[in-house]
Every structure is written in structure tokens, then in C-alpha cells.
Design a protein around this ligand. Structure first.
Ligand code: LHQ
Length: 260
């Protein structure tokens, strides 16, 4: 596999790094494919309990590689690129059962912003920045940005950010709820990994069902949401981690979760 995407395991955490620093980690065909294959590999690796997505060098991801002429050869090519490069990737990321955290080390633009938003949580370095760059080149939002962003910031703010393509600083992103934490740049990976490890040592079956419930119920009606919660509780209620969690509480000791 090409090295435009790097992958390593740190304990139970899978770290995925987009690795085209010379073009701000812009995504060409090979990088899109490698990212998809890496997330697919994570999905089937029973040992990975949390995932971190980050970028090499100064940027997180500048979105579509604007020098990738084939992707932009015609309107039809553009639509197909969105479907075949980004949509499948976003869907794969969302379907992963474990927490996926973006460690946003720099600029996240266009589809790069979309990749950050498709992660469950975002931790940003103080010098990260975010832009819905699409409109600057005459495009409309893609890569899930028109789905995720209004859910985080509301429709009016999402429209403002999409229409203006104004750049959000890390601090502004924090205030808007786009990112969960802002940390000094030189501590970004270390702090994100520590957080990922913390989540990875939790009751990960319960976490997977939590993720399912949150994403599904954000658009559900109350009756369906309540019933989904009952069903998920039925599933997780049969797990070792549930028995262990209660036992540990009663014995006044930390739980030892195994994810089953
Ligand atoms: C780039 C890029 C880039 C190539 C920086 N491509 N080289 C989906 C499907 C199909 C078609 C179209 O679109 C989409 C969805 C999208 O993602 S559309 C949005 C595409 N992205 C953009 O428009 C963002 C363009 N880039 C920027 O605004 C800035 O470069 C950001 C804010 C990302 C970073 O700014 P700086 O930190 O100041 O870095 P820089 O601008 O100096 O960039 C560093 C290098 O990376 C530079 O190369 P050079 O050889 O001049 O040093 C840039 O040309 C290159 N680069 N983005 N998307």
C-alpha cells in the first residue's frame, strides 16, 4: 500500500495519519483508497479499541487534491469522486463500533473538514483551523459537512460558515462545539492518545451501542429513540463488562473491562 496514509498501533489504539505534507495532506485517488482500506482494516482488527485520525506535517487535511485533474474533469467525474472517494469513506468511519477521534494538527479544509467531522470527537491543536473551503472554489458542501456541521452548530451558523468559507480558529471551533478540546500543538498527539487509550480501556461494547444510539436517535422520534435504547440495553446487559462493572462498584475497585 502507498505511504500516503500511515498506520500504526499504540497498544489498543489505531493511529491513522494522512501523509502528503507537501500538499497539506490533500486527498488524491491513491490517498482516498488508502484511507478507506486502512479504516476497513481497523474494522476487522479485533484488537483495536479506539482510533485516532491525524495529519503529517503542518496540516490536518486540505480536502480534495485540486491538482487531481481526473477527479475534476467533468461534472460527472466530480459527482463520482464524491461518491467513490469520500462517501464510502465517511460511511465506513461512521460504521466503526469504536470511538474515532480526530487529532486536528492544522488546517482542515473542505473534505478535510468533513473527515474531521465524521470522527466522533475532535481534539485540536491551538493552531488548527477549519474552513468550509468549498464555496471559495464555487462548490457546495460535500463529505458529510452539510450533515454533521448543522448538527453541531445549528443551521444558521453552518450556512454562514459554508457561504463565507471563513476560517474558524481552534478557539472559535471550541466555543461553537465543533471541537471537544484545544491543546497546545506539541501535546496534541500525546493528549489525544491518552484520551483514546482511556476510552479504549472502557466497556467498549457499551461504547459501540452508545455511538449507535446517539447517531440514530439524533433524528429519531422519542418513541423510537426510547425503544432503541431498550433494545441496546438488552444487548449490552448480557455482556461480561456489565457484570464486571457492577461487581467492581460493589467491591469498591476499578473495573477491568475486556470489551465483551
Ligand atoms: C493543495 C491543496 C489542495 C492541492 C493546499 N490541493 N494542493 C470533492 C470532490 C471532487 C472535487 C472537488 O472537491 C471535493 C471536496 C473538496 O474538498 S473541495 C475543497 C478543496 N480544498 C480547498 O479548496 C482548500 C485549498 N487549500 C487551502 O485553502 C489552504 O492551502 C489550507 C487552508 C488548506 C492551508 O493553508 P496554509 O497552511 O497556508 O498552506 P498552503 O496554502 O501554503 O498549502 C501548502 C501546500 O499545499 C501548497 O503547495 P505549494 O507547492 O504552493 O507550497 C498548496 O498549493 C498545497 N495545497 N491545499 N486542496
Amino acid at each position: 500500500m502507498a505511504t500516503t496514509v500511515l498506520f500504526e498501533k499504540q497498544g489498543h489504539v489505531g493511529v491513522i495519519r494522512i501523509n502528503r505534507p507537501e500538499v497539506a495532506n490533500a486527498i488524491n485517488a491513491a490517498t482516498g483508497r488508502a484511507l478507506y482500506e486502512t479504516f476497513k482494516q481497523v474494522e476487522t482488527d479485533g484488537d483495536i479499541r479506539a482510533v485516532v485520525l491525524t495529519g503529517a506535517g503542518r496540516a490536518f487535511c486540505a480536502g480534495q487534491d485540486l491538482r487531481d485533474e481526473e477527479a475534476m474533469a467533468s461534472a460527472a467525474h466530480l459527482g463520482n469522486t464524491v461518491r467513490e472517494r469520500y462517501n464510502i469513506l465517511i460511511a465506513k468511519m461512521q460504521a466503526l463500533p469504536m470511538p474515532v477521534i480526530a487529532a486536528v494538527n492544522g488546517a482542515a479544509a473542505g473534505a478535510g473538514f468533513g473527515l474531521a467531522l465524521a470522527c466522533d470527537l475532535r481534539i485540536a491543536s491551538a493552531d488548527a483551523k477549519f474552513t468550509m473551503a468549498f464555496s471559495k472554489i464555487g462548490l457546495a458542501p460535500d463529505s458529510g459537512t452539510s450533515y454533521f456541521l448543522p448538527r453541531l452548530v445549528g443551521v444558521a451558523k453552518a450556512l454562514e460558515l459554508a457561504w463565507t468559507a471563513d476560517v474558524l480558529t481552534a478557539q472559535q471551533a471550541l466555543e461553537l462545539g465543533v471541537v471537544n478540546q484545544v491543546v497546545p500543538g506539541d501535546q496534541l498527539l500525546e493528549q489525544t492518545l491518552a484520551f483514546a487509550e482511556r476510552l479504549g480501556s472502557g466497556p467498549t461494547l457499551a461504547y459501540a451501542l452508545t455511538k449507535q444510539a446517539m447517531y440514530a436517535n439524533v433524528t429519531a422520534n422519542l418513541a423510537d429513540a426510547l425503544e432503541r435504547e431498550a433494545q441496546l440495553q438488552e444487548t449490552v446487559g448480557g455482556s461480561h463488562d456489565f457484570i464486571e462493572g457492577v461487581q467492581a462498584f460493589l467491591e469498591k475497585r476499578p473495573p477491568r473491562y475486556t470489551g465483551v
